[in-house]
Design a protein around this ligand. Structure first.
Ligand SMILES: *[C@@H]1O[C@H](CO)[C@@H](O)[C@H](O)[C@H]1NC(C)=O
Ligand SMILES: *[C@@H]1O[C@H](CO)[C@@H](O)[C@H](O)[C@H]1NC(C)=O
Ligand SMILES: *[C@@H]1O[C@H](CO)[C@@H](O)[C@H](O)[C@H]1NC(C)=O
Length: 396
């Protein structure tokens, strides 16, 4: 009898532990601290999003902070925590946070706020604008001050990668102030868009694709089609925000890593622009490539790898189906997008009429190179990506 009660109790404890999940919004203790320390107007809480708008904070003054705090920065139209059970592109940081909790972190060590409207219907209007960068900068500053941590880790996903990179690098671009490099132990970018998005090459008319603070991929040497490159070339004329970010030698932290997937339906085949990985971060220490993860999976299914990267500064190449390989994203095979000429001429002709990217006069007309047919298998990826765009569901 005793043994039965004991095992039932044990079972209860085990199942409670395994069901551990983070709850939002940020704790009342953190909320009070924010009010008292000049952050009231930032509304990091985001109560308009219910309990999904934010998370993190100590339960009370006595709760100790043991692990290095982590700040999470979500992507386009996503939010701090999952919106509902059915929104594919609004899954928040639930799964990553649950993993960190399971590994001994507490809610006092895990922080996120929502930086955008969190509406899929507004995804195509989102850009790397200063308002968002400043918000994330302020949030990072608040977490540093609130936790008294000498260093934190920063993990970004998708569009959140470049936003967080700029926030940490600081600088005059958005009047951000000094770099926070020496306050960041590890910066991890998941499926980021740092060198533009091929889907945006012929859709500069769409706000999110613009050439200032959008995802416009520019050109590589004299080549304007965002596919494989016939010879080594340097990518130029891509959106100013990303270009400034990549040319700024200030580092994002002591250790810099990036993860991406070959099957990312948003970033496109191989997550590449002009044959190189758009998710790479200049001067990063290492990276991991997944073969079969979708865009949101690179955030939602890689908790173990994220933890290893930020806590141990290690990348495990073996523990996911498909494995991964290490590299800096510049040395990967140069083939990337398949022949998209058919799609472009039929589908995008209408859009393109007058749809030149702002600030980038004379987008060269299509001059398609001969693309080997064996790459037609990757056609599906770009066509999905374009479909998302046309349906107004391009989410980054
Ligand atoms: C941070 O320092 C302040 C002032 O010394 C103190 O009141 C607060 O409890 C500390 N916070 C943590 C998380 O240790
Ligand atoms: C990453 O690179 C920096 C600078 O080269 C170095 O100080 C740091 O130790 C490296 N981190 C890892 C995990 O190798
Ligand atoms: C990337 O790696 C390749 C080969 O491993 C190397 O030649 C190249 O200089 C590296 N690029 C950067 C930006 O580190």
């Amino acid at each position: 009898m005793k043994a039965t009660i004991l095992s039932v109790l044990l079972l209860l404890i085990v199942s409670t532990l395994s069901a551990q999940r983070i709850t939002g919004p940020i704790s009342p203790h953190f909320q009070q601290w924010l009010q008292a320390n000049g952050y009231a107007s930032n509304d990091f809480n985001r109560r308009d999003l219910g309990s999904s708008g934010s998370f993190g904070g100590r339960a009370d003054e006595n709760q100790k902070i043991v692990n290095q705090p982590v700040v999470f920065v979500h992507g386009n139209s996503d939010l701090a925590l999952q919106k509902d059970a059915i929104s594919t592109y609004q899954t928040g940081w639930d799964q990553t946070a649950a993993f960190f909790l399971k590994e001994g972190y507490t809610a006092a060590e895990l922080y996120a706020t929502t930086w955008g409207p969190a509406q899929s219907s507004q995804a195509l209007q989102q850009t790397y604008k200063c308002e968002y960068v400043l918000r994330i900068r302020r949030f990072i500053e608040a977490v540093l001050a609130y936790t008294n941590a000498s260093k934190i880790d920063v993990i970004g996903h998708s569009m959140g990668v470049a936003i967080a990179r700029r926030a940490v690098k600081g600088g005059s671009e958005c009047n951000l102030g000094a770099a926070l490099t020496n306050r960041v132990d590890t910066f991890l970018g998941l499926a980021g868009v740092n060198y533009g998005l091929c889907t945006c090459q012929y859709a500069g008319i769409i706000t999110t694709c613009n050439a200032n603070d959008g995802f416009f991929p520019g050109q590589c040497g004299s080549q304007s089609i965002c596919a494989f490159t016939l010879q080594e070339c340097v990518q130029t004329q891509y959106a100013t925000f990303m270009q400034n970010l990549n040319e700024d030698p200030t580092k994002e932290g002591d250790n810099i890593f990036a993860f991406w997937s070959n099957s990312d339906e948003i970033l496109g085949q191989g997550s590449k622009a002009f044959g190189k990985v758009t998710a790479r971060i200049p001067n990063m220490n290492g990276s991991k490539t997944y073969n079969s993860l979708k865009h949101m999976d690179v955030k939602d299914k890689t908790g173990a790898d994220q933890l290893k990267a930020v806590r141990d500064h290690l990348i495990d190449m073996t523990d996911l189906p498909g494995g991964g390989f290490q590299g800096n994203g510049s040395s990967l095979p140069t083939w990337s997008l398949p022949d998209i000429s058919g799609l472009i001429s039929s589908g995008l002709a209408a859009l393109q009429g007058g749809g030149r990217p702002e600030n980038r006069a004379n987008l060269p007309m299509l001059n398609l190179p001969d693309i080997p047919s064996f790459f037609s298998s990757s056609f599906q990826s770009i066509s999905d990506s374009l479909k998302n765009l046309f349906n107004g569901r391009l989410i980054l």
